[in-house]
Ligand binder design. Structure first.
Ligand code: AMP
Length: 276
């Protein structure tokens, strides 16, 4: 089957086929992390739609919207190789009416941890995800655990607003040395890439400990040694992203964000049962 590229709503309606439809939303610059989500989608659905849209609403005024990598032709090759049926790649004008007013409010979970560093980011992200759900009308949508707070917020939105889409998370794909794949990794110089390894190393050091205090201390010890600008290290409850107390027992996510040069990177590791 030929890959269909839909640039607008009308193309998308024409491209829709029969059977279970899976959506994989992306901002393009596709890598193995995206590919693993696409493969899961391909295995589970009759039709796979990949959206490629760099969403201006989720970038702050001093963030990298204009210089975010755009590799559309290579992305189409990737989608062809993975047997994708439709790429939905709308323009900003196609997605956003200049008179638009209504958007999704992420609530408290959108304002803490990553949301504290990026005000408005999660409102913009949820708004575009809900629009993509409404436009594509998937049965199921795939998101990476790499963006753990995003995934938790999408699950929250689907539950709170009764959105009829099944949400599936995919494990974080890493380089052999531990670096989580990210479209932003291409900004890193060789030295910066080396420094960036401190994030995954810190998460592993934390995850080797048992209680919350030990987990945080072990991870911080690694981060403080590295030539990076730490934004946050947080050990949070997976459903709410609230920081857990030292007395906590149960599942948690250890999450980190840091600037390496001018590139901001995030990573996290889910922990099945801390404190016991
Ligand atoms: P992005 O294009 O960065 O917005 O990411 C699109 C989707 O791919 C999101 O659901 C991400 O969480 C997911 N993703 C990005 N990097 C990875 C990775 N290294 N492993 C798994 N999923 C990822």
């Amino acid at each position: 089957m030929e890959l269909i590229v839909a640039r607008n709503r009308a193309d998308l309606v024409k491209a829709r086929g029969e059977g279970r439809l899976a959506l994989v939303p992306t901002m393009g610059a596709l890598h193995e992390g995206h590919r693993s989500l696409i493969r899961s989608a391909r295995a589970a659905a009759a039709q796979v739609v990949v959206s490629i849209f760099v969403n201006p609403l989720q970038f702050g005024p001093n963030e990298d919207f204009s210089r975010y990598p755009r590799t559309f032709d290579a992305d189409l090759d990737t989608c062809r190789a993975e047997g994708v049926d439709v790429v939905f790649a709308p323009s900003v004008e196609e997605m956003y009416d200049p008179a638009r007013q209504v958007s999704v409010a992420a609530g408290r979970m959108g304002a803490i941890v990553e949301g504290e560093s990026r005000p408005g980011h999660f409102d913009g992200m949820l708004t575009v995800v809900l629009k993509l759900f409404n436009l594509v009308q998937p049965d199921v949508a795939y998101f990476g655990q790499k963006d753990a707070q995003q995934l938790a917020l999408i699950r929250r939105m689907v539950a709170d607003l009764d959105v009829p889409v099944e949400v599936v998370g995919g494990a974080t794909v890493r380089e052999p040395d531990g670096l989580a794949l990210s479209s932003r990794n291409r900004y890193l110089s060789p030295d910066q890439r080396e420094a960036a390894l401190a994030l995954s190393r810190a998460l592993r050091a934390g995850a080797s400990q048992t209680g919350p205090a030990g987990i945080r201390a072990a991870a911080l010890a690694v981060l403080q040694e590295a030539p990076i600008d730490l934004d946050y290290l947080a050990l949070v409850e997976p459903g709410t992203f609230e920081e857990v107390p030292d007395s906590y027992t149960g599942p948690a996510i250890l999450a980190v964000a840091a600037r390496v040069g001018t590139t901001r990177l995030i990573d996290n590791i889910p922990m099945g049962n801390v404190g016991t």
